[in-house]
Design a protein around this ligand. Structure first.
Ligand code: PLP
Length: 455
């Protein structure tokens, strides 16, 4: 067996890691672990250290690790048919079954699903769909896309542009022209602390409408948003946000893309986050929870109304010229079918609501008086803790303090993995949906102890 030293050497010599401080990693300063195995909510590294993964990988291993039902479905599919493409109308039992299962679970106005590989390429597909649709409808100037500061939609050229976090723009020459960002629905960091929640919701809505009017509604094709800001800090929207935003989009004939890569398949205690917030999207992006990350697979679910335009387009202009070799890959689809069956049979959507609420209320109670905790917030099986130097003035720590990163490192010493979110001192939690209350208690006590150690 290869030694850890050998693997670490090869790693530094040859492996270009995503979202990594490359120079620190090369110097051996990053928190790299070589993971060996996992079961339930626990992962284990090659030294036998067992850690509770309170972020489910990258909020994706929704059913938990080590599920034999999914592993066997993948193996059976690989033996029977590892690959066939889905171009020009081809399919497999797995991909067709999964399409049916996805559409059956989606909101009633949704009728088709296009399969890709990950959330970024699904959002890339969505923007192409929107542009294509507006061309077919004879309004070629209606192409700009509005997303939100602090939104996360991927890290490709278009999707990195849609993402509203500086880290994903800087030095990449993003955002591209035609992608606009409006106010983040982030009440804790509202522009004026005297604003009530209702006033802040109205402010977000009027900022959006002002942008649409400034640019001209006939130039805006779509608005893309996560039901709840995820990577931007795990921030539930202020009350009434979606009820205020949607009429503006309808009024200006702007397509609504709900990016449910994180919230899809149960994380908020409902099958889709759209149901949780009464959102009526035209397109829904899915990925992570679709297979619980047992294989890469994503999807764009689209409404019947938009589908009719696509059909019309191909009758006029010929075949729809968009596809990946691995669209609807049979192994990913087999994983998806087994995963969705498990989510149902284990009642994981309900558990996400119940145990997620327990995690959130327990965390809030445990940190209520901590001088460096500005806010504990969350929804379903998502929770975050915003850390501040001073809770009355909400002052940030200096970036050089790396406060959240140090808390996360102190939690790791206690055997719990949380995530220092990329912008601000925010610790994120997004455990597998099968989390138990006693595992939630373990997360909370590790957070409290780590915070006390670092403060
Ligand atoms: N959309 C959202 C809401 C996400 O959280 C992510 C990833 O975290 C993506 C899109 C991009 O997905 P991927 O990393 O699979 O490309």
């Amino acid at each position: 067996m290869l030694t850890n030293d050998q693997l670490s050497q090869w790693d530094r010599d040859t492996f270009f890691h995503p979202s990594t401080h490359l120079a620190q990693h090369a110097r051996g300063e990053s928190a790299n672990r070589i993971i060996k195995t996992a079961s339930g909510v626990y992962i284990e590294d090659r030294d036998g250290n067992r850690m509770l993964d309170a972020f489910a990988g990258l909020y994706c291993v929704n059913v938990g690790y080590g599920r034999p039902e999914i592993a066997e479905a993948i193996a059976d599919q690989a033996k029977e048919l590892a690959y066939y493409h889905s171009y020009v109308g081809h399919g497999t039992e797995a991909s067709i079954t999964l399409a049916k299962m996805v559409v059956d679970r989606a909101p009633a106005n949704m009728s088709k699903v296009y399969f890709g590989l990950g959330g970024s390429d699904a959002n890339e597909t969505n923007i192409k769909l929107v542009w294509y649709i507006n061309n077919v409808l004879g309004r070629p100037q209606k192409k700009k896309i509005i997303s939100r500061w602090r939104g996360y939609h991927g890290s490709g050229l278009i999707t990195g542009s849609l993402t509203g976090l500086g880290l994903f723009h800087a030095k990449f020459d993003l955002p591209l022209a035609g992608i606009l960002h409006t106010e983040a629905p982030y009440y804790y960091r509202r522009p004026d602390l005297n604003m009530s929640e209702a006033d802040f919701t109205a402010h977000c809505a009027s900022e959006l409408e002002a942008m649409i009017e400034r640019e001209g509604a006939d130039t805006i094709a779509a608005f893309i948003a996560e039901p709840l800001l995820g990577t931007g800090g795990i921030v539930p929207p202020p009350a009434g946000y979606w009820a205020a935003i949607q009429p503006i989009l309808k009024k200006h004939d702007i397509i609504l893309i709900a990016d449910e890569v994180v919230t899809g398949f149960g994380r908020l205690g409902t099958m889709f986050g759209s149901a949780h917030y009464d959102i009526e999207p035209d397109i829904i992006t899915i990925a992570k929870g679709l297979t619980s990350a047992y294989a890469p697979l994503s999807g764009s679910i689209i409404s019947d109304k938009l589908w009719k335009v696509l059909e019309e387009g191909t009758d006029t202009y010929g075949p729809f010229g968009h596809g990946w070799t691995y669209s609807a890959h049979p192994i990913g689809a087999a994983a998806g079918v087994a995963n969705l069956k498990l989510i149902d049979s284990l009642g994981l959507v309900d558990n996400a609501g119940i145990t997620g609420a327990y995690l959130n209320t327990t965390m809030e109670a445990a940190l209520a008086d901590h001088p460096h905790v500005g806010e504990v917030r969350g929804e379903g099986m998502l929770c975050s803790v915003e850390l501040v130097r001073d809770r009355d003035t909400r002052t940030f720590f200096d970036a050089g303090d790396k406060f959240a990163a140090r808390v996360v490192a102190a939690m790791l010493k206690r055997g719990v993995i949380a995530r220092a979110m990329p912008q601000g001192d925010i610790i994120g939690f997004a455990p597998p949906l099968c989390l138990t209350k006693s595992e939630a208690d373990t997360i909370v006590s590790a957070t409290v102890d780590a915070l006390n150690e670092v403060s």
